[in-house]
Design a protein around this ligand. Structure first.
Ligand code: NIG
Ligand code: FE
Length: 421
């Protein structure tokens, strides 16, 4: 660190930008009207020192600039926090473009799953893949994510579905060593594996007695998640699995009420989940309970679009109710084959009715809280990690309005320029 007198000089200063900080009023995710505010600083600068944000303010940052400082002139472009993708199924093998045709012929997602396709076909490919194959594929996806401005993700397991292959996938995530940071979630409860199809109890006991203790004790994940859905795991089964995870110190996430109304939102509130995800079919009382408990709604509008469900989660209403909302890709080979969080903006706005400000807070500060990293990332404020984007756009409305392209010009991760286009 360079210190002149009592002043810290910056390693990097980005000046002449339209800064949006996404900073909240206090700790915790943004709710209600706070979602409308992205913390605009016109003609501002961000100063970075040793990978952390040193200052964000109006002006040209001259007080932080020494002859050793790298200065970037943003030329009035939008400067914002790195995007946080709070729900992905990163580690898997293979792809499922064959399902596009099945969907066009009118087959539903749950029908494809029931006939041994869907998640189960990816499980077959993932089990057959070596760690090296999985690393290579995941690296390619992380590279795409980074180029589109995503600097931290959550990644769920759930395509191994036995002890060895779930551990293999979580170890791959842990060893990725990519610029993009990964927070892992154990989701063995993604489906009952084919070999135990008639004995789901046996699979649940395997997770509870063997896999959960192992992955928790070996630091392979921070959260547990479960696909609570018709024909997958019931409410009672989900409760049992999630509580077993919590007993081993894992935070709780839940794929709740994605397709059928199961009472997943209620369960998420009951078990003290950090987030309930999907929520297309969530009930009014389920949402009310989530609000009481401060459960974050992680909404996945690209999935709603891609499953052709004809509806979206009630994001606008949730914000009005005071539920903290985050938006993520759900990147996976079936229901949302896209790594681009920017690509979800149009579905969040045109599909769910969110304003650009609400969309942006949902993929930065609130997404950071959804993976329990809200005190380290998700906003541009002193002390946080210097994960910063310069967008080739004049303002925050523009990046939501002009859809289907990549607005990223520069990505800075931990204070280092990692992409410059
Ligand atoms: O979030 N809902 C369950 N899991 C994923 C889909 C996984 C798959 O189809 O491979 C989802 O939509
Ligand atoms: Fe998912």
């Amino acid at each position: 660190m360079l210190i002149y007198g009592d002043k810290t000089m910056a390693d990097l200063v980005i000046k002449n930008g339209r800064i949006i900080t996404c900073k909240g009023d206090g700790p915790g995710p943004k709710i209600s009207e706070a979602m409308d505010d992205v913390g605009v600083i016109e003609n501002g600068f961000v100063a970075v020192s040793e990978g952390r944000i040193e200052a964000v303010s109006t002006g040209d940052g001259r007080d932080y600039i020494s002859d050793k400082t790298h200065v970037i002139d943003a030329e009035k472009r939008l400067v914002m926090p790195g995007l946080v993708d709070s729900h992905t199924h990163l580690i898997h093998y293979g792809s499922r473009e064959n399902e596009l045709m099945l969907k066009l012929q009118g087959k539903s997602y749950l029908e494809i799953l029931k006939s041994g396709g869907g998640i189960l076909s990816t499980v077959r490919d993932t089990r057959a893949a070596t760690k090296e194959m999985l690393i290579k594929k995941a690296k390619k996806s992380l590279d795409v994510m980074l180029s589109y401005g995503t600097t931290t993700i959550e990644a769920k397991s759930g395509y191994g579905l036995n002890f060895e292959d779930e551990v293999k996938c979580l170890e791959v995530a842990k060893d990725m060593n990519h610029v993009v940071d990964i927070v892992s979630t154990y989701m063995g409860a993604h489906s009952v594996p084919e070999e135990l199809k008639s004995r789901p109890e046996e699979y649940i006991n395997l997770m509870i007695n063997k896999v959960i203790p192992y992955v928790a004790e070996n630091g392979l994940c921070k959260f547990i998640d479960c696909f609570c859905e018709e024909g997958v795991f019931t409410i009672d089964e989900s409760r049992k699995i999630l509580i077993a995870g919590a007993k081993h110190g894992l935070g709780i996430k839940l794929h709740a009420d994605e397709i059928e109304p199961m009472g997943g939102a209620n369960l998420a509130a009951e078990v003290g989940a950090i987030s309930a995800e999907h929520l297309l079919a969530a009930s009014d009382d389920g949402l009310m309970e989530m609000r009481e408990k401060g459960v974050i709604a992680v909404l996945l509008p690209a999935t709603s679009f891609y499953l052709r469900l004809g509806k979206y989660a009630r994001g606008k209403e949730m914000i009005k109710m005071g539920i903290p909302v985050a938006i993520a890709t759900d990147y996976n080979p079936g229901s949302s084959p896209t790594e681009s969080l920017q690509g979800t903006f149009v579905f969040a706005s045109m599909g769910m009715g969110l304003t650009p400000q609400q969309v942006i807070n949902s993929v930065t500060i609130n997404a950071a809280y959804a993976i329990d990293k809200g005190n380290q990332i998700g906003s541009l404020e002193k002390g946080k990690m210097a994960d910063i984007l310069i967008m080739d756009a004049p303002n925050e409305n523009y990046i939501v309005y002009h859809f289907g392209i990549n607005h990223v010009k520069t990505v800075i991760k931990n204070g280092r320029i990692v992409i410059n286009r």
